[in-house]
Design a protein around this ligand. Sequence first.
Ligand code: NAP
Length: 305
Amino acid sequence: MYDVIIIGGGPAGLTAGLYSGRAKLKSLIIEKGLTGGLVTTTEWVENYPGFEEGILGAELAQKMEKQATRFGAEIKQGAVTGIAVNEKIKKVLLEDGSEIESRSIILATGAHPRYLKVPGEDEFRGRGVSYCATCDGAFFRGETIAVVGGGDSAVQEAIFLTKFAEKVYIIHRRDTLRAEKILQERAFNNPKIEMVWDSVVEKIEGENGVSKLHVKNVKSEEMSAIDVQGVFIYIGYNPNTEFLAGLANLDGENYLVTDANMNTSSTGIYAAGDVRAKPLKQIATAVGDGAIAAMAAEKYIEENF
Ligand code: NAP
């Protein structure tokens, strides 16, 4: 029986593990892939305080993991398929059929990339269609590629991709970007980046790999084709809450709703990080959520067990 099971090993989950470990709670972090979460899919992190020159995403994740385990949090690899609550005891169900009991749970499952849902996307996934520039960027050395989206992810990763690609189109559905101003400035000043405004990708075409995007200008309705060897899709994320099946209240976009103490609508179950409905999804806010959730879990256990 654990005091706290933390589902998800990104910055929110690892910070929750750090705080719950230091509170001497028996803590388990369950992560289905590699620890670190989405941070590991970005090469360089510039806005996490304490690293004034920036830090590699993978290195930051590693440091967070080491710090959490140093104070006693255990980490287990496994995919959680459900949670069963029996009075105060919560049972975490795993894909391999095993079950682990806990007094409290912190949901820190993050979010996964949204698909464009256009013809060719499924067909060419892994053959020119990618959702991770850090993972796949180096395959496009000297090539022409496109990034779809206008948020921080699209613009930051487009800039990163210019390290490899000869030319990077940013295809955005409006005529202004949502990304941070400093990222916008860098993109506009980068000679390898060309903006394709007011445009949406309607079809991804190719043979062995991607060779062409069919793009529609949403204002003029005009269609055009852009020759590219790869397309990186950064049109936002969907929260990983499917496995919860009604356990706690979600907002209209399926993010977990919490109060200021990270309480979900289910007693003894907390949420932290990108899976939570909140205005700013950043590493800096994820770690804050994780710390608050762990402290709330500690108080709940003290008062209820
Ligand atoms: P986001 O902020 O939700 O932006 C998604 C972008 O994709 C928007 O520009 C949106 O257009 C566009 N889009 C959405 N659906 C689309 C569709 N079906 N077709 C075409 N375009 C579509 O997502 P994100 O950029 O991945 O960022 C997610 C969160 O992580 C944000 O909170 C962000 O601040 C944070 N983040 C921060 C950093 C950083 O601080 N450096 C880096 C990465 C991510 P509209 O603008 O028209 O809505």
